[in-house]
Design a protein around this ligand. Structure first.
Ligand SMILES: [Zn+2]
Length: 122
């Protein structure tokens, strides 16, 4: 009786482990090495740029508003914007997985992709 229960537990643990490994494998396969800067407008990703390559680009929203994204030395920030509050410009540069800069008036989010915490560097 107890033995059977133990075996069931082991099977359950194995199943969970396999599922976790499979999920990890999918993440490892779909995510390229190195982090990326994701540009989200109104909740959908419209562009992505490698964080390790310096870049200066104007992100233009549907309404014709502009946020100037700068990637420099592994950090991303909004250098200029024509939004009324300029909160996105004032936000600190981001470099870690999961960090983001949000421009509410433009419904724009700059986000660092990547596996936050998994690689232990955060
Ligand atoms: Zn803004």
């Amino acid at each position: 009786m107890d033995k059977k229960k133990l075996r069931n537990d082991i099977i359950l643990i194995l199943a969970v482990l396999i599922a976790a490994l499979a999920a990890w494998g999918v993440i490892a396969l779909t995510q390229r090495p190195g982090r990326e800067v994701l540009v989200e407008i109104k909740g959908s990703v419209t562009a992505s740029y490698p964080l390790d390559r310096d870049l200066r680009i104007d992100i233009v929203t549907e309404d014709g508003h502009v946020n100037t994204l700068v990637i420099e030395g592994g950090r991303a920030r909004i250098e200029a914007a024509d939004c009324p509050d300029k909160l996105c410009v004032k936000q600190r540069a981001i470099s870690k997985a999961g960090e983001s800069i949000i421009c509410l008036p433009h419904k724009l989010v700059i986000r660092i992709s990547g596996e936050s915490g998994v690689d232990g560097t955060v």
